[in-house]
Design a protein around this ligand. Structure first.
Ligand code: HPA
Length: 270
């Protein structure tokens, strides 16, 4: 595994003039952020040794290097979901490569279903913590001490300092932001009403099918993380709305300019 990570990192190192210490996973809600990056270099996943290739919408996915908000960053356009059939090592491989390249701060976004009764469709939720309900932990198996400790703490999986900075930015700009706990599940089914209710009762505010594996590996690697969800549908005991992929996309597009604004400003202030 170490060899694969180093091969991929070396390949990338040879393609770019400069290495970033900030990386962004452009999940749902942040796709448009790429239009704000002054692009210096793009690398297709399919050219990177050992990099999985994404299955959705015929896009192979790419890494983008460039300036955002006055800061040099790398961005992942196209992420790997467990429900697509990738194993946890594949889902989190790019995070390991980022670390090998010197990244110490990771931004992630996703779409999520809201269980918190205060939430509305289109809300932005800053992730304060998560509950891992994936069937497997990405760190299961041999631990590579050079990558991180066997039993990593997850006490501050989402950086309190970055959350505070994002709150300040949101209030300066008059953007409504909620806070909450993200429940990560395998998918690809949306939840039954009883499951949404169960996730709320155990302390979740929103549920989605990504992010948790990447955030676990980023924490293992000692990175600080900032995560944000766009609430694309609401679920609970008495909610009979049927969530669809189209509805999720539509709500995400609505929240996108605000998510973009917060992340761009946050990256600029690091
Ligand atoms: N459940 C799980 N994942 C999701 C949802 C949901 O309701 N909405 C967007 N992603």
């Amino acid at each position: 595994m170490i060899q694969k990570i180093n091969e991929a990192a070396n390949f990338i190192r040879n393609q770019v003039a400069e290495l970033p210490n900030v990386a962004i996973i452009l999940g749902t809600g942040l796709g448009e952020l790429v239009n704000h990056i002054e692009i210096k270099k793009e690398i297709d996943y399919k050219d990177i040794p050992s990099m999985p290739v994404s299955t959705v919408e015929g896009h192979s996915g790419k890494l983008i290097f460039g300036n955002l908000g006055g800061r040099y960053v790398m961005a992942m356009q196209g992420r790997f979901h467990y429900y697509e059939g990738y194993d946890m090592k594949q889902v989190t491989f790019p995070v390991r490569v980022m670390k090998a390249l010197g990244v110490d701060t990771l931004f992630v976004s996703n779409a999520a279903g809201g269980m918190n009764k205060e939430f509305r469709v289109g809300d932005i939720m800053i992730i304060t913590d998560h509950i891992n309900l994936f069937p497997e932990n990405p760190l299961r198996g041999k631990n590579y001490d050079e990558l991180g400790p066997r039993f990593p703490a997850m006490t501050e999986a989402y950086s309190h300092e970055l959350i505070k900075m994002a709150d300040d930015i949101a209030s300066e700009k008059g953007i409504r932001v909620m806070h909450g706990v993200y429940v990560g599940t395998a998918g690809p089914t949306f939840e039954t009403p009883a499951e949404y209710e169960y996730f709320r009762v155990i302390g979740g505010d929103a549920v989605g099918m990504s992010t948790v594996p990447e955030v676990i590996v980023a924490n293992h690697a000692g990175m600080r993380v900032f995560g944000v969800s766009v609430i694309t549908d609401l679920g609970g005991k008495d909610i009979t709305d049927v969530p669809t992929h189209e509805e999720v996309q539509k709500a995400a597009v609505k929240a996108q300019p605000f998510m973009t604004e917060i992340i761009k400003e946050l990256v600029g202030r690091l």
